[in-house]
Design a protein around this ligand. Sequence first.
Ligand SMILES: [Ca+2]
Length: 430
Amino acid sequence: MLLTRAANEVSTAFPGQPTFTPMSLFIATWLQVPPFGDPEVNTFQVVMASDGQRSFVLFLYDDIQGTNGGRALAGINGGDGVRSVTVPGSLSEAIMNITTTSNVGRPGVWMYRVDTDEPVFRLTHEQGVVTICDEVIIELVSGTLAFPTEITIEIDNVLNTLTFPSGSVPNTTLSFRPTLISNNRRLVALATVTPVGYINSAIVALFTNDSEPVLYCTSFVRGSSSTDGFVQVNLQNGPFRFLEQNYTSIFVNSNGDVSLSAAFTSFSPRVLPLASFNPPILAPFWSDSDAGDGGLVLYAETQDSMLLTQAANEVMTAFPNQPTFTPMSLFIATWLQVPPFNGPGVNTFQVVMASDGQRSFVIFVYDDIQWINGGSALAGINGGDGVRSVTVPGSLSLSIMNIMTTSNVGRPGVWMYRVDTPDIINPSEP
Ligand SMILES: [Ca+2]
């Protein structure tokens, strides 16, 4: 009877699936369990259903009366530092409503398929810049779809739904024309791709319709959605050279920076250089942001030829005496419309790391800076040795709010440094 019930739940939630006949269930139940130190009680279950090939996870919420100060999370951690899924409302008081919310149309039920080798999708646009009525193409990059797979693409809060047919193989494409909404400064479209029922195939693309896009726009992967979180990313296209050392792991940290060799989760910007036990840090805007409260922290490693050209041109313009720079790969971290911890406004900015295997450059790009937390934000680079560093003028003062209009390369909102060398090179200080 339990097998039939699970089979029915799965078949209803994943209507495109072949018949699912579970062989076994594993069920864990927390029955009227109180939070630590509180009188309320919670009752909920996780059901793990498997037919030997496919497997599904069901979260069932019967009664949620209390959380420990809103600190409760529902989700699945992939265990590889990359893949995960988090039920919306987690880590906030909104998680108390989980008995009435659902991703399958049944209040109090959340369900995911978890056996899969996740399909990977990519959003492309031939000009990289989307204007209204332009066509956006979504491509299945890897994986073969065993069943029709519905994709939701959110662009500026407008949901578009497309369905890839069963049997789709890599290079299969679908297209649509999005509607873009102005943020009054420039049109920035955020596209989020969510294959329904898979965990984490979220591909996020960022488009702008500026005639001269400042932001580097491509498909991104979501990073941490915690206020002081991070994700570790292992570079696939070769190491990044920083102060004469090669690094293959990059940590994308929530509070407006990336670090090399170790995560860096501090939310309190301080004068650089930091003491030598701190890692190398590339900080476009180190301040206490809260990606758990909105916005997205994103990253991408890309060899997209248009983006490589964009970076090459920026570097050659800023460093006119350099030999031709032809980057092999870019690593881009984006903080998109991220609010501060406890306050109004959102900031959007990027760090672009461009490398040709020998030389490497760091580009800070500022699209929109509306807040600094506690009056305290810093842009700069920490060498990690307690000695070397560079700090963008205005850091740790209110004037850092002007960074959208300042520059060390003559382009408002862009700051750039060469970093593979024995010391960090500022092009405005030859
Ligand atoms: Ca934070």
